[in-house]
Structure formats: structure tokens, C-alpha cells
Design a protein around this ligand. Structure first.
Ligand SMILES: C[S@@+](CC[C@H](N)C(=O)[O-])C[C@H]1O[C@@H](n2cnc3c(N)ncnc32)[C@H](O)[C@@H]1O
Length: 253
């Protein structure tokens, strides 16, 4: 039996619980997920308090409906990496969802901050920016709607200089192409860090891992963790670009 099969069988009860909660919300006529989250945050988290907003999102995910936020176990790892780059760090994340990781990271930045958060789903972009505004960090993040390819194609202001931190947290099948795209556009700093979430066995094989491990311009490590709000095993890959002193141009792509 393959590791992926075993991991997915173990995840079955968890998946069924999530499905049951979704069904319950639908039967009760509750708002669609993104709007339900925004309503909950506005009602339960003190305005201008990012920590209260994060705690509120964690509570919603545990007690109401599952949220694919980076969550309160992997979140501190992200915080540590952002903090290591200081308050002027330039960050891009792929996958905004409801703004959890954007609020988490942007509260560590100076104002106005340099965090760009890209999501292909319009509801995600709309709700993430509203959640960040409610948290009082709306001026530190630019939420962009579309794929990375689209927002780069639009010549979006601010996406023209390298990023110190890249957080890959969108669809897993897009990690490699988008990391490659960032390199081709010279958008990863010579000593930049690329963090990739959800590389645990239950998510299946991801070519991104082989691609990144084969590169000699990045040094990668894995951190064992759990899928957000569960006890299922997960892994985060942290890849640090090796500063060679050479130009910041793409290499080994
Ligand atoms: C795991 S969630 C992001 C969670 C968020 N980073 C957090 O921790 O709070 C994934 C998000 O990626 C978005 N997404 C999926 N494919 C995408 C793509 N190709 N480009 C941009 N966003 C994408 C989805 O719409 C979804 O909102």
C-alpha cells in the first residue's frame, strides 16, 4: 500500500467531519464560506487588533467550518521567518483565502508594508482585504486578484523588485510553475526564502519538491507539522536561496 493511500485513509474521518459541517451550514441556510467568515470576524474580533482577528479565525475553523488557513501551529514558523527579515521585508504570498496569513505576516511589518497577496478567487480577494482592514493592517498588504501570471502580465505596481520572502500556499500543482515564474521575473532576492506549505504525504507527490531539491542555488529543509486544525501529518519546505554574489538573474530554471 502506498504512503499516499495510507495517509488519505487516515484523513477520511477528518474529511467526513468537514463535509458534515459544510452540509450543516447549507441546511441552516448560513452564508457562503467567505462571507460567513467576514461576518464572524466583524462580530467577534476587536477592530484594529490583528491578534484578536487571528484568534477569531482559529476559533471559526475549529468550532464552525474548516478553514485552510496556515493556522496556529505552522503560523509561528512563518512569523519567525518574516521576523528574521525585519520590518522592511518584501513579501509575496500566493493564496490569500480569507487573509489569515496576510494578517499574521503584515502585523510584523512597518507601515506601509510591502506584502502582496495574490488569489485567483474574487471572493477571497474581497474578504481578505476586508479582514485585513478590520485587523488594522489594511495599509500593509496589497491584495491582488488573479493568478501570478495574470498579475505579472498586468504590470502591477510593486511587482518589479525582488521579494525577501515567498509564501507558496495556493493550489499545490501550481507551486513549481509559479516559483519558476518568480525566478524568471527576478522576483526572488539573492538571499530570499521560499516557504511551501502542505507538502505532507496526504497531499500526494508534488513535483515542486524534486525540482527545488535538484537546484544548487537553493538549500532546502523540511519542517514536520500537522495539517491546520487537525492531527494529520503535514510538512513545510523552506528553501533559502544561496547568495553567490553573482547577478540575481534566473539560473538552473
Ligand atoms: C490554502 S488557501 C490560502 C491560505 C492562506 N495563505 C492562509 O494561510 O491564510 C489557498 C488559496 O489559493 C487560491 N488559489 C488557488 N489556485 C490559485 C492560483 N493558481 N493562483 C492564485 N491563487 C490560487 C484559492 O482560491 C485559495 O483561496
Amino acid at each position: 500500500m502506498s504512503g499516499v493511500f495510507v495517509a488519505r485513509m487516515k484523513a477520511l474521518p477528518w474529511g467526513l467531519r468537514i463535509a458534515a459541517r459544510m452540509l450543516r451550514a447549507r441546511i441552516r441556510g448560513e452564508a457562503a464560506l467567505h462571507d460567513a467568515v467576514l461576518e464572524y470576524v466583524r462580530c467577534h474580533a476587536r477592530e484594529g487588533d490583528p491578534d484578536a482577528v487571528l484568534a477569531c479565525l482559529d476559533r471559526f475553523a475549529r468550532e464552525k467550518r474548516f478553514l485552510m488557513n496556515v493556522g496556529d501551529e505552522k503560523g509561528p514558523l512563518l512569523e519567525e521567518l518574516v521576523a528574521s527579515r525585519g520590518t522592511q521585508a518584501r513579501i509575496i504570498e500566493l493564496g490569500s483565502f480569507v487573509g489569515y496569513s496576510a494578517v499574521l505576516m503584515s502585523r510584523l511589518l512597518g507601515s506601509p508594508g510591502d506584502l502582496f497577496s495574490v488569489d485567483v478567487d474574487q471572493n477571497a480577494t474581497r474578504v481578505s482585504s476586508a479582514v485585513a482592514r478590520h485587523a488594522g493592517v489594511g495599509d500593509r498588504t496589497t491584495f491582488l486578484n488573479g493568478t501570478l501570471e495574470q498579475v505579472l502580465g498586468q504590470g502591477t505596481h510593486g511587482l518589479d523588485r525582488p521579494f525577501d520572502i515567498v509564501f507558496l500556499d495556493h493550489w499545490k500543482s501550481a507551486y513549481q510553475a509559479d516559483a519558476q515564474r518568480l525566478l524568471e521575473h527576478e522576483l526572488i532576492a539573492p538571499d530570499g526564502i521560499v516557504i511551501a506549505d502542505n507538502l505532507g504525504t496526504m497531499f500526494g507527490h508534488n513535483d515542486y519538491v524534486d525540482w527545488m531539491l535538484a537546484r544548487d542555488d537553493f538549500e532546502s529543509t523540511f519542517i514536520d507539522a500537522h495539517v491546520e486544525y487537525s492531527n494529520l501529518k503535514d510538512r513545510v519546505m523552506i528553501s533559502r536561496r544561496q547568495h553567490t554574489g553573482a547577478s540575481n538573474g534566473p539560473s538552473n530554471t
